[in-house]
Design a protein around this ligand. Structure first.
Ligand SMILES: Cc1ncc(COP(=O)(O)O)c(C=O)c1O
Length: 372
């Protein structure tokens, strides 16, 4: 069967505004301290695909529970993908998002890997624009330096009612939005990382480069192990040799060497190709760093911390932006990099990125798209 999109005509999202939106006072209370991923706006996007009609019934509707048949395929076989991006309010009140075409392209690659229908880049961006314009009052102001934003979560899942194991013939696409503050409640401070030696996240030929729910389900037990060992996040090693550092459960990794050069694990098909990773590579070059994409062994991290060859380690992703890593812990040992604060390179890259996102620095590469 073909799972290609039949987007012959551009998909448009009809807006059905609810008349019971929350009051300005209720919204202000949530925006004052939104946390991360706990509160949601008044509306959502929903669209349906089936083999006969392609994408149709695309609309912005009241946010609320979905009605799912217990035999919906996603509940059994996890045929599901998602994206994560943010809308930023600039000081002049306009609202922008960061490199949405890159998220759209990754969403299409994830769809192909999970045998789901593709959504065109135009439809993907139109869907987030329709939702953000409808719920524009939910985009927090970022100008107070608190780095608040509206997190956007597009996702697609197999909604066909059928227990056979095959690509679903009916699929649902949604976008929901959540006002957020910093991902780590404690702000920008170095985090501790647990090395998962019992569990791997992705194997060659698997789904590591796709953003599908199953990858995250498979990482949770390792995350529990990390938490039990006093760590904030888990680093996964390659599945074949258990030797090469791949990525964290939800962020890509960077290493700053003593000579100022920067190394990040190369894309092998088992790592998620982060939008932040790609952007950090370019910004680091702007700041005069040589950037190398190559394999990095766990031993290089362990030894480099001891010899001082490794000056900084940091992780990056949309949710937590750039997060310094201070401590690496494994069964039987640990090493520290840095002095317990964020390193200068990580903090400079973080500032360069958020300054573009919040409109405080020139958007020299045209990375921003206006939403409202
Ligand atoms: C496994 C994984 N790696 C890396 C990233 C970083 O990707 P991005 O910078 O596009 O948010 C994420 C977050 O989406 C992720 O879930």
């Amino acid at each position: 069967m073909s799972t290609q999109s039949t987007d012959a005509a551009p998909l448009s999202f009809e807006v059905h505004r609810r008349d019971d939106v929350r009051s300005a006072a209720a919204r202000a209370e949530i925006l004052a301290d939104p946390g991360f991923g706990k509160a949601f706006t008044d509306h959502m996007v929903i669209a349906t695909w089936n083999r006969g009609e392609g994408w149709h019934d695309a609309a912005v509707r009241a946010y609320g529970p979905l009605s799912l048949d217990p035999a919906a395929a996603v509940l059994h076989y996890a045929q599901e993908i998602f994206e994560g991006m943010k809308a930023y309010r600039h000081a002049d009140g306009t609202v922008w998002t960061f490199r949405p075409e890159v998220n759209a392209a990754r969403f299409a690659r994830s769809a192909r890997r999970l045998a789901l229908p593709e959504l065109s880049q135009a439809a993907f961006i139109a869907s987030i624009r329709a939702l953000v314009q409808t719920d524009v009052d939910w985009v927090p102001t970022g100008s107070d330096g608190g780095e608040k934003s509206l997190y956007l979560r597009p996702f697609m899942f197999a909604s066909e009612v059928f227990l056979g194991v095959r690509p679903a013939a009916e699929v649902t696409y949604c976008v929901i939005a959540s006002p957020v503050g910093p991902y780590f409640a404690s702000g920008v401070r170095p985090v501790s990382i647990w090395v998962s030696t019992h569990y791997t996240r992705a194997a060659p030929g698997g789904t590591g480069a796709a953003k599908c729910g199953g990858n995250y389900a498979a990482s949770l037990v390792a995350q529990m192990e990390g938490s039990a060992n006093g760590c904030d996040q888990v680093v996964f090693l390659d599945a074949a040799e258990h030797r090469w550092v791949e990525e964290l459960g939800g962020m890509n990794l960077f290493f700053v060497l003593r000579d100022g050069s920067i190394v990040t694990p190369e894309l092998t098909g088992t790592i998620l190709e982060g939008v932040t990773r790609a952007s950090v590579i370019e910004l680091a070059k702007d700041l005069g760093h040589e950037v190398l994409e190559r394999q990095v062994s766990l031993k290089e991290w362990q030894d480099g911390a001891g010899t001082g060859e490794l000056a900084e380690v940091f992780a990056c992703g949309t949710a937590a932006v750039v997060t310094p890593i201070g401590r690496l812990v494994w069964e039987g040992g640990e090493v520290h990099v840095g002095d317990g604060r964020g390193g200068p390179v990580a903090l400079a890259l973080r500032a360069a990125l958020v300054d573009v996102q919040y409109g405080r620095a020139e958007d020299a590469r045209g990375w921003l798209t206006r939403l409202a």
